[in-house]
Design a protein around this ligand. Sequence first.
Ligand code: F6R
Length: 259
Amino acid sequence: MKVLIHATPELAIARAADQIVARLDALPGTVLGLATGGTMEAVYARLIEHHRRGEVSFAQSRSFNLDEYVGLPPDHPRSYWRYMRGHLFDHVDFAEGATHLPRGDAADPEAEAAAYEKAIAAAGDIGLQLLGLGANGHIGFNEPTSSLSSLTRIKTLTRSTREANARYFDNPDDVPRLAITMGIGTIMRADEVVLLAYGDSKAEAAAAMIEGPLSAACPASALQMHRKATIVLDQAAASRLKLRDYYEEVHPGGRDDLV
Ligand code: F6R
């Protein structure tokens, strides 16, 4: 794992966005794995800025999002499909049909999950996977105790995840209980992974992910086994790392050879 600790959330966000720009520059046909949530809003805003300045194009790439709520049709205001259109897809140059999310309103969600997994594999698997981190250590919606070799499937969201996401819904009871999510095994097949986390609320999960045991109790700890995982944190999210001095010595200010 490459652990990059930045002075501010803004610098961490910029570093995560830069990794996507660098990947698309080197390999324009990259299959991107994309995430939603509060953390990613600023990353997508930066990517849109880069795109408007002519510094990045998505025209030859394809994307697969990590997850979608079961029961929400694509045009539902809280669906992840709507989130992605609003925060990225409508503002950059992906080709028609190049962006994918599972259908939350599929008649048979299990079949939809299996078909989504197949589509990812048929695309040659994810080239660069962008990840956020749940305060409980989840990646995608792989909640604690998820199999570390799981594939795309239905997961029941924990109460804490539903509470964390209630801010997007008018009524906390409206947060769906189930989601279709890429599995940890799906994510682990990605060529490279960049996980971004900032703020105090992520400090405990970040420490468990980086320095805790490899354990389904913290699904993100599976990234310890990934060949090319970059973890981008701000000072607050890094505050519980025991080897923080070491990471800061290797990568002062979170700098590495990407920038
Ligand atoms: C969303 C996703 C989740 C989020 C995580 C953090 O597609 O896969 O794992 O990345 O729940 O969410 P925020 O960024 O809202 O704290």
